[in-house]
Design a protein around this ligand. Structure first.
Ligand SMILES: [Zn+2]
Ligand SMILES: [Zn+2]
Ligand SMILES: [Zn+2]
Length: 142
């Protein structure tokens, strides 16, 4: 379980990604690791406040943005008007996202390389990466 990673490793993880590990950033990251699925900045902010952390919503937004830019978290656009965030594994993966309960499944297999190379070449394009978010309903919500 990712949520049970030992304390102190967050510090190293942030540094390795080029993010200065301030106490606020560590608190936001730790809270994010407790969530197995994805979460909005607002929800995360609410949880942090309940835990007694004194940080504003704007700080949480900014921190999540910093994490996303550093590649530490993935962002999801399935929620209209609100970006969702999730701490995922570092290996290449895709997402199955339940539109009802926000359950996120990390899928490790990627069968897109051949198709991508073909489609890109057809347009004189060189693909350097891709992201795939598959919307749908999970087993419990179907
Ligand atoms: Zn992910
Ligand atoms: Zn669901
Ligand atoms: Zn892929």
């Amino acid at each position: 379980m990712r949520a049970k990673r030992e304390e102190g490793s967050t510090d190293r993880l942030l540094r390795a990604a080029g993010v200065q590990p301030t106490p606020k950033r560590i608190a936001v990251f730790a809270e994010l690791m407790r969530e197995p699925d994805d979460v909005t900045a607002q929800t995360l902010h609410g949880r942090l406040r309940k835990r007694g952390e004194r940080l504003g919503l704007a700080t949480v937004y900014r921190t999540l943005q910093t994490f996303a830019e550093a590649g530490l978290v993935d962002t999801f656009s399935h929620n209209p008007g609100e970006v969702c965030y999730r701490r995922c594994g570092d290996e290449h993966h895709h997402h199955l996202v339940c539109s009802r309960c926000h359950r996120v499944v990390e899928v490790a297999e990627c069968g897109l390389d051949g198709w991508l190379a073909r489609v890109s070449a057809n347009h004189g394009f060189v693909a350097t990466g891709h992201r795939l978010e598959i919307d749908g309903l999970c087993g419990a919500c179907r």
